[in-house]
Design a protein around this ligand. Structure first.
Ligand code: ZN
Length: 241
């Protein structure tokens, strides 16, 4: 039988609407702390065999079906394809639905890890401005969805490779509105499921500039990974205004 460390390590699900800065925050955390980062789309890309035999997703907006999510989670975490030691695992932009949260909670239990949620929240106006300004570099970076850093001399070019920066396909205003509406539909159900499952759920107002949000996120992650469960006294946040 596998034994677990005396103070179980954490899995922290980072969720929030498109444009709230999840990937920026998770990337900043990973640069400063010893953490592993899980991204569903990377897992699917790296291990396409996990989805072999499943019909192609018919869900719009490139959403991965719940059946596929279960297969990916099991393959990555229970069959140990996701390389992790005993450091905390951050899940970038996952789960997207209450059902995915329930699957994740059961995986965390199997791994002997404590699951918690860090939710980024910003006003619709802030999100729209950020999404309109956000660019990706198609040339560099293994993840073409990750936000690119513009060059100081020419903001239309990538600071790393000098390539031309482009708007992400899913950031056009129509698709952004659909993705935001989907998030807003799912978010209260995720919060309700978290309450039922006694999963700690902290909310960070992400309307500040990225360095401030990242610093605040580091503090909250320190709270969530603290072996002393002080956070259990925290109240569960209600619905967004
Ligand atoms: Zn580049």
């Amino acid at each position: 039988m596998r034994s677990h460390p005396a103070s179980p390590q954490s899995m922290i699900a980072v969720i929030g609407p498109p444009g709230s800065g999840k990937t920026t925050v998770v990337t900043a955390l990973a640069a400063h702390e010893r953490v592993s980062v899980f991204r569903l789309r990377e897992a699917v890309r790296r291990c396409p065999d996990l989805l072999a035999g499943l019909p192609p997703s018919t869900v719009p907006l490139g959403w991965v079906s719940d059946e596929a999510v279960v297969k990916v989670l099991r393959g990555m975490f229970l069959e140990h394809r996701f390389p992790t030691g005993d450091e905390p695992i951050l899940l970038d932009n996952f789960p997207g639905t209450a059902s995915q949260l329930r699957h994740l909670a059961s995986i965390a239990t199997s791994l002997g890890r404590r699951l918690s949620i860090l939710e980024l929240r910003a006003t619709a106006a802030t999100l729209a401005v950020r999404v309109a300004a956000r660019r990706v570099c198609r040339r560099c970076g293994p993840d073409r969805h990750a936000p690119a850093r513009p060059a100081a001399s020419d903001p239309a070019r990538c600071a790393r490779c000098g390539g031309e920066l482009k708007r992400r396909d899913t950031d056009n205003p129509h698709i952004h509105a659909l993705r935001l509406a989907r998030y807003q539909r799912n978010r209260p159900k995720i919060a309700a499921a978290a309450t039922r499952l006694h999963i700690p759920h902290l909310v960070l107002h992400a309307g500040h500039c990225a360095p401030v949000v990242s610093r605040l996120a580091r503090h909250l992650v320190a709270v969530l990974t603290d072996p002393a469960p002080a956070y259990r006294a925290a109240s569960h946040p209600g619905s967004p205004k």
